[in-house]
Design a binder for this molecule. Structure first.
Ligand code: GRG
Length: 313
């Protein structure tokens, strides 16, 4: 991977997280009424409970990289249309629902998330299940309307919503989760593990990058390069997740490590910690190669690839 020069990832991430959180709060104000009075606080708690916000940040970075407003050096984020943060917020709605459901007793049965008690331990299983489900149509609606406010035509708006919903579907995240649950206690091959994680974790990360590119009205070859980048980042992120689950404590990652207890096949089980770290870095470098070949030069995407592969929380 090439150096990211004087780019300050920590400053960049903190600024972007603030803007994503603002967009999420605006979304809850706008659509809270569609959630019903008792589900809105449950969904709101999960949506606004922090987190890295990597998916929306990738979406905005891809948008910027596609040149609609991009120049080098990168313009300050305030130059970006607010609408791209709104589109990005719709991805985080899907992510929030997936975490709420993932932690339920019928799935990973987790007590902690982001350093706090999980949604169902606070609000109960039924309310958590319902509020999570209610976020799915909200995400689709928000994506559609935000893309309209961004000035996109119907064809691109449809493509954005369709990309997001396909990534969340049984061909993507839901299918990956189902495969993961079925595989508990069973030894997977490396190929099966790759496929599972490209769906469960990778599909939404990949779609995040694609949404940014499509929202920027990028040319097809740029969309294809960003898609390859997103695909690589999605897998690198999961490999790094396995490394963290095997090596970090609950205080650092904000949840109880659970892969070993649930008998899951992981990259660490296959490769060992150090080789898994290397693999994550190599996969991410492959994604950056796709950008370079397409002439896409983005300090943000470069730094985000490193972060996805080598993060420490
Ligand atoms: C009906 C089978 C079925 C599934 C419903 C629950 C579910 C859908 C999908 C689970 C998807 C999931 C939780 C994948 C794991 C992805 C992952 C590594 C999440 C952690 O993401 P981070 O680290 O979290 O970005 P933060 O807290 O930073 O947002």
């Amino acid at each position: 991977m090439t150096g990211a020069g004087s780019f300050r990832l920590d400053v960049y991430l903190a600024g972007e997280r603030k803007r994503v959180d603002q967009a999420l709060r605006r979304a809850m104000e706008r659509y809270g009424a569609l959630l019903s009075p008792h589900l809105a606080p449950v969904a709101g708690d999960s949506l606004l409970s922090g987190g890295k916000r990597l998916r929306p940040i990738l979406c905005v970075a891809a948008f910027r990289a596609c040149g609609r407003v991009a120049r080098r050096p990168a313009p300050p984020p305030a130059d970006l249309p607010v609408g791209i943060y709104e589109v990005a917020a719709s991805i985080e709605m899907i992510h929030a629902y997936s975490l709420m459901h993932d932690d339920l007793p019928c799935m990973d049965d987790a007590p902690l998330r982001r350093g706090a008690p999980t949604a169902h331990t606070v609000h109960g299983e039924v309310a958590t299940m319902r509020a999570g489900l209610a976020l799915i149509p909200l995400a689709a609606l928000h994506c559609w309307e935000a893309a309209g406010r961004l000035g996109l035509g119907r064809r691109r708006r449809r493509r954005l919503v369709s990309t997001l919903m396909r990534a969340a579907s049984a061909r993507g995240m839901v299918g990956g989760q189902a495969a993961d649950l079925l595989a508990e206690g069973r030894e997977l091959s490396k190929g099966e593990l790759d496929t599972l994680h490209r769906m469960k974790t990778g599909a939404l990360l990949r779609a995040s990058v694609c949404l940014g590119a499509v929202a920027a009205s990028a040319e097809p070859d740029a969309v294809a390069a960003l898609d390859a980048y997103g695909r690589a980042i999605g897998l690198a992120f999961q490999i790094a997740d396995d490394v963290l689950d095997a090596t970090a404590d609950a205080e650092r990652i904000g949840k109880e490590p659970s892969d070993a207890a649930l008998g899951k096949s992981t990259y660490v089980r296959f490769l060992g910690v150090e080789a898994a770290r290397d693999e994550a870095r190599q996969v991410a470098a492959g994604g950056l190669g796709a950008l370079r070949r397409a002439g896409i030069d983005s300090a943000e995407l470069d730094a985000l690839a490193r972060y996805a592969a080598s993060r420490d929380r």
